[in-house]
Design a protein. Sequence first.
Length: 267
Amino acid sequence: MADIISTKNIVKHLSKNHSYTFLVFETINSTNTFAKELAKEGTPHLTVVIADSQTDGRGRLGREFFSPCGTGIYMSIVIDPQKTNLPISLLTVAGGVAVCRAISSVIDERPMIKWVNDIFVNNKKVCGILAESVLKGDNPDSSSIILGIGINVSTPSDIFPGKLSEIAGSVFPKDTNRNIIIAKILTELNNILESSSTENLILEYKDNSLVLGKKISFTQNGKAYSGTSIDINLEGNLIVRLEDDSETILKSGEVSLGSANFSKNDI
Ligand code: BTN
């Protein structure tokens, strides 16, 4: 299907009274970097920056996000937390759930969220989310959140560079195109920001969790830990029962599936 990303082709699939403002680029360094600049200058809530490719796509923990042209969705949404019904800490969870709903509607397989916010289909990472906060103007009391979403929609497996090819995959949706998927994500995100209760959002997030009830490992202050993830609380934190039976709450960072001795790298 014709697949040039454009405002016109996205808006066709949004409700008439949507509140999004779009900036679409053929190529950009990073939609998050650009959206951050706009947010500093006070761009409106729900400004969306989208690019067909990124030359400096950024992931969590200082990683690169592979962003080739023609096959992915790279978009950043500026959110004013005061204009939503959710606490700031759950905006990234909201993004993950919105992407899962959108992906579920275009493929038969079930997308699963690896805490915090990597989305997997058939055990391959197809989406990463990078949430960053930025002060509006010089006002220390007023910040915006930039929700950056990167999805491999139809990236052929043989073009992922190096080790990424073992971890990354693509959604490969049928009978749809990137404009429709973008519109679905934005529609779901808006529904969640406007009306979802925290409880319902976390229930849905837990239902889609790839790690809940599984053995996991993680590193904290240079020390490796193993345990079982037993719950996700209303702040989106992961509760882990460690091997010595104590419990710990992870607020950020990254976990791997499997024990510290034998962890499936990056999954
Ligand atoms: C991760 O997997 O660690 C998060 C990846 C986030 C990538 C998206 S692509 C759009 C936006 N712009 C960026 O530079 N990064 C995010």
